[in-house]
Each structure stands twice: as structure tokens, then as C-alpha cells.
Design a protein around this ligand. Structure first.
Ligand code: SAM
Length: 251
């Protein structure tokens, strides 16, 4: 908690994104990723491998864009920076480890943007302009969280289909990029399983808000919160789908 608090103070971000809670969320995620380093390692390695393979198969190597770059834990930055003419990393918050990492690569730029509104933040459309390779890296399930929380903080209920429309808007951006000729790689957690210590499933949560995704090329489990992280007798496991070529998966 202390690490998350300190990070929420020192990570730079525009005031409106800070007020919306993105800096706080980024700090919490950073702290949890370090606490759960061992449990997350197989998921992060798998995700990195999927992105690296998708990048290797991409013909247009002028520009790669990573949506939800965050801490770059699931992004093979070196491969992208060396394999593409330019790389744009897009996130609401670029934490310090990422800011330090990109200093080694003059062709890598940081773009600060709010991605949950589809293309309503012009910075998202600008970042995607001319992309030959687009990655959405463990971002999609996160997009509805703060917009829904914003209603709840004001004591109001979020519109019933808010989560669904945010998920759909993001997929629409990815599909449009693929139709424009980019290779699009989508990695997202889709379903949360809450399990007890006997391996019994006690609850599930649809992280896609009812949006049905096509059959993934690859799928795996991500132990998001091992026993003790959220509750002593419960762990949370997320089912991850990977689409190294989203365009081919959808038509
Ligand atoms: C689970 S993390 C993704 C992990 C990241 N690829 C990494 O390796 O650290 C989700 C990322 O999405 C970003 N994010 C969540 N909602 C966002 C939004 N509405 N606009 C822009 N970025 C957002 C967060 O700041 C965070 O960095």
C-alpha cells in the first residue's frame, strides 16, 4: 500500500487523468505486480511471446503502437524498438520504470491518452495513424473500471450497458485498424474465477460485460491474486485470450 501511495504521488500524468483515478490505479497495479511477481510470471512471459510472434509476422514495419503499455511487463520493448521504424506507447499513465526504459530507444515515443472512449480522445486516433502493427496488451478488461467507478463514487449507478459499450468501442478501434491494413494483436483477460482452497469455483465474473469474443488462437490462466492477496481462502484466476491477428479472427 505504501509503494502504491508513493507511486500515485510521483508518477506524472495530466490533472484530469489524475482526478479520474488513473494514477492511483497505476500505482496499485504496480505494487500488486511486484507482490505477485512469481504468480504473474508465466502469464507475462506468454503474453510477451505472443506479441513477439505477432510482430515477427507483421509485413509493414514502419510503426508499432501499443495500447495499454503501462509498466511494459507484457511488452517486448526491445524487439519492437529494433524491429519497427517507430514505436508509440499509449497509456493514461506512463510510470517511471517505463519512462526510464524508453530512454534507451530514440524511436520510442510515449503518448498519454484516455482510451476508454474509443476515438473520443483525439490522441488515440493520432497515435494509431499509419500503424502497421497494433497491440492491445491486457488493457481491454481494465477500460470500464474507472468510468463505472466514477458513477459509483457519486452515489449513482452506472448506465446498464456502459461496460459493454466501452468493450465494444475498443474492439471497434482494433477492427478498424485491421481493416486499414495493420496487424492487430489483442491479449485480454475475459473471465474471472474465484476459487477456494479445494479448487472449487465459488464465483465467476464476466470481464467482457457480455461481449462475446471469437475463438482465441491461444488461451491460458493468469493467477491474478494468489491465496492471501485478496483473501486467505480465495484466489482469483483470470482466463486470458490471445489473438495475434485480430483481423483474421473476426472475418
Ligand atoms: C493491466 S495494465 C496492462 C499492463 C501493461 N501492458 C503492462 O505490461 O504493465 C492496464 C493498463 O491500462 C491502462 N489503462 C487502463 N484504463 C485506461 C484508459 N482508459 N486509458 C488509457 N490507459 C488505460 C493502465 O494505466 C494500465 O497501464
Amino acid at each position: 500500500m505504501l509503494l502504491a501511495f508513493v507511486l500515485s504521488l510521483i508518477n506524472p500524468a495530466p490533472l484530469h487523468l489524475r482526478r479520474l483515478g488513473y494514477v492511483r490505479e497505476s500505482g496499485l497495479l504496480h505494487a500488486r505486480s511486484r507482490r505477485c511477481r512469481r504468480a504473474w510470471a508465466p502469464h507475462l512471459a506468454q503474453a510477451k511471446e505472443v506479441v513477439a510472434q505477432a510482430a515477427a509476422g507483421c509485413a509493414d514495419r514502419r510503426l508499432a503502437v501499443v495500447l495499454g503499455s503501462g509498466l511494459l511487463d507484457d511488452v517486448p520493448l526491445d524487439i519492437l524498438a529494433k524491429g519497427f521504424g517507430a514505436v508509440r506507447l499509449v497509456d493514461a499513465v506512463h510510470p517511471w520504470p517505463t519512462r526510464v526504459a524508453v530512454r534507451h530507444y530514440p524511436n520510442v515515443a510515449l503518448v498519454t491518452a484516455e482510451i476508454s472512449g474509443g476515438l473520443s480522445d483525439p490522441a488515440v486516433g493520432q497515435a494509431l495513424q499509419g500503424a502497421g502493427f497494433v497491440v492491445s496488451a491486457n488493457l481491454l478488461s481494465q477500460l470500464p473500471i474507472l468510468p463505472i467507478e466514477a458513477y459509483e463514487r457519486r452515489g449513482r449507478e452506472a448506465p446498464a450497458l456502459l461496460g459493454t459499450s466501452i468493450v465494444e468501442a475498443h474492439l471497434a478501434i482494433l477492427t478498424a485498424s485491421a481493416r486499414a491494413g495493420a496487424t492487430v494483436c489483442l491479449i485480454t483477460d475475459t473471465l474471472q474465477r474465484e476459487e477456494d482452497r479445494h479448487g472449487h469455483e465459488v464465483a465467476t465474473l464476466d470481464l467482457m460485460y457480455g461481449v462475446r469474443l471469437p475463438e482465441p488462437s491461444l488461451a491460458w490462466d493468469w493467477e491474478l491474486a494468489p491465496f492471501g492477496e485478496v483473501a486467505g481462502s480465495r484466489r482469483f484466476v483470470h482466463r486470458v485470450h490471445a489473438y495475434p491477428d485480430w483481423g483474421a479472427s473476426t472475418w
